[in-house]
Each structure stands twice: as structure tokens, then as C-alpha cells.
Design a protein around this ligand. Sequence first.
Ligand SMILES: Cc1cc2nc3c(=O)[nH]c(=O)nc-3n(C[C@H](O)[C@H](O)[C@H](O)COP(=O)(O)O)c2cc1C
Ligand SMILES: [Fe+2]
Ligand SMILES: [Fe+2]
Length: 403
Amino acid sequence: MSGSGFSAIKVSEHVWWVGAVDWALRDFHGYSTQRGSTYNAYLVMGEYPVLIDTVKAPFRDEMLARVASVANPADVKVIVSHHAEMDHSGALPQVIDIIKPDKVYASQMGVKNLAAQFHDSHDITAVKDSETLKLGGQSFTFLETRMLHWPDSMISYLHEDELVFSQDGFGMHLATPKLFADENDPAVLLDEGRRYFANILLPYSPLVLKLLERIQSLGISIKTIAPDHGPVWRKDLGTLLGWYAKWATQKPENRAVVAYDTMWQSTATMARSIADGLRDGGSDVAVMPMNCMTRSDVMSELLCAGAFLVGTPTINNTIFPTLADVLAYARGLKPKNLIGAAFGSYGWSGEACAQVEATLREMGVELALPALKLRFVPDGAALGQSREFGRAIAAKLRERTGS
Ligand SMILES: Cc1cc2nc3c(=O)[nH]c(=O)nc-3n(C[C@H](O)[C@H](O)[C@H](O)COP(=O)(O)O)c2cc1C
Ligand SMILES: [Fe+2]
Ligand SMILES: [Fe+2]
């Protein structure tokens, strides 16, 4: 592909964006990406060009065309791979074969993980944590960010441009023609930034807080944060850093997530009465029918919630599949500081609620009330009980959040 179809976009004095926008992406390893995504790669133009990360394999030629719009790809002498996951390294083996760089760098774990994924003979050099290298006349300092969110993850600081290549950190799945965050709708940035944090980074929240402290202690000036997904931040960096500090702390808010599904509407009716009870008690509530919402929607709402209510009918002695899915996913992402409860309708054996409670306990969710189980179709009194259940949860939320 020649360079004419795609071009690079200038980010800072030496840095150009040479990534790809994936408008069609709706499922990123089980995370529903409602607004698509981008795979950001960057070219640092110095004495010779340095390529920072690559893209998902099918976008290889688009990335190379963007590179070709500012430099001869054959002149790229160095590639830095910050993360071995396929959305950034998928094109790497072929790009190495095409460009033939003198050196490819990755973190120590990156060298191992790239080898375990590609099983090829490419020679990749490890950089150490805190190591500073002059590449193409520009100074890069590398910081390992193990388990943020893979063992191989690292970020780097380009001293000359006061720019952080932050990899998946500070990223979001958002396809947009506007490269810079300040050109995009702030409400969309908040929504997608939060969604990304909740679905990818949440289990590693303590490491996020440590990284924020480490960056602070380095005393470096940061003008630009250039992540590998979504927009580049050149203004309002305090807003972005503030979001991360808040999300990683997971302070519960006076807000409940009510996730449920239903076969014949009984559990759905209970969910609606419970939501009314929560509202009566002064709590905000996200009502989430799982026939039309995704596990990623639930995680995004849970990030700033204080209560997690799970409603399921009993089906064949167990939990309804959509809720089993939500619970399996949420358990892995380890949300903290939540109270919770189960509710639902059943016909005869009614095992589902106890199974939900067992999982909530395993997740460290504090059970605020015993499950509310109702047989078959709830009558007026039963719905009154459901509404009371919502009010009681709201009272507990108020106690915990002081609001
Ligand atoms: C396919 C199917 C399997 C069911 N299996 C059970 C069961 O194993 N144990 C039970 O207590 N109820 C079972 N039920 C009854 C439902 O739990 C009951 O009808 C309940 O009121 C449905 O609530 P919903 O209207 O929220 O779907 C089953 C119902 C269906 C349709
Ligand atoms: Fe990743
Ligand atoms: Fe990624």
C-alpha cells in the first residue's frame, strides 16, 4: 500500500501518530466496545525515526502507509514494543521483516511474552526498569508497569517533548476522527475512560495508585499523555490523572446497580419495585436488564457504585445464564467496597439466589440483606416487600457513604 491513502498526524515537536482507527470493533476480548477503538502507534522523528508500538495485525498496511507519509519506513532503525498483547504487537513480526530495524526493544517480560506468542527468531532486546536510552538522538526513560495490565507492560517518557507513551494506561476504546482529547466531547471521554478502567484496569487498582505516586515522585514535567487506545491528552492532564486516582480508590458512592434477567417478568417486576425503593431512600440506581445490556455495561456502572444487587429467576436449579456471565466476569475484575444482595422469583426448588449469594461472598461483597426470594408471580404485598428491600439497601448505602 502506498503512503497516499493514510497520513500521519503531528502530536508534538518530534512525535507523529501513525496508528489505525477501528470503527467496526464491537467486541474486544469480551468487552463490548460500543464506540469502536483505535490502535495508536507513534513515530518519533530524530536523527532516525523510532517506531513506538505497532497495531493489530489487519491494520499493518494502514500503519505503514502513515509512517511512509513522514519517513521512509526503511529508515526506521528502532522499534519499541511497550506491551506484548496482540492489539499492539500483532503486526510486529511482519513489520520487523519489512522494515528490518537495527534494534527492537521491549521490557524484560516483554521479550519472553513476545517469544511465547510469536515463536519466531526475532531478536528483541530487553530494557530495564528506569533505564534511559538515547534513540535517534532523543532520550527515552522506560518504566516497567508490571501487571498494568500484563506482566510485560511498560511505559516510557520522551524527555525532549515531555511526553509519556502510556500504553494501555489512560486509554479508552473510542473510534474518533479527532486525535486529541480536547477536541472530543468530555462526556464521551468520561464514559469511555471509566468503562476502560472498569473492564481492564480495575483488578490492578493498587498498582495504578503506586504508579501515580511514582510518576509524581519523579518530579518530571508532563505535557502530553499518548496512550495506545483513544485520544491523546495535551490539555487538562489533571482531569485525567484525577479520574484515575478516584477510580483506583473505589470509594463507594450512594448508588446501586440492579442487574437482572427474567423469563416471565416476575424478577423484572421485583427489580422495578426495588429500584423505586432505592429511589425512595435517596439512592441513585442503574437498572440493568441483562437481555439488552452487556457485562461491560455492568462493570462500568459498578465502578462508582456502592451496592450490587443481582436478580435472577431459578432455571433448572441454577442462575439465569446472563447473570452467571455477569458474576463470572465481575468476580475476575475484583470490584471493592461493595455491599450486595440477591433477589428473584422461583417456582419450586429456588436455588438461584443462594448461588448468587455464594459468589458475592467469594467476591468479598458484604451481603447487606438476606436474599429476597418470591414464589412465582409477585402480588401487591410481594412487590411492597421488594420496595422495602430497596429502601433497606438505600439506608445501608447512606450509612456507608454518609450521603
Ligand atoms: C425452563 C424453566 C426452568 C425452571 N427451572 C426451575 C427450577 O429448577 N427451580 C425452580 O425453583 N423454578 C424453576 N423454574 C420456575 C421459575 O423459576 C418461575 O417460573 C419463576 O417465577 C420465573 O421468574 P421470572 O418470571 O422472573 O422468569 C423454571 C422455569 C422455566 C421456564
Ligand atoms: Fe493490553
Ligand atoms: Fe491495548
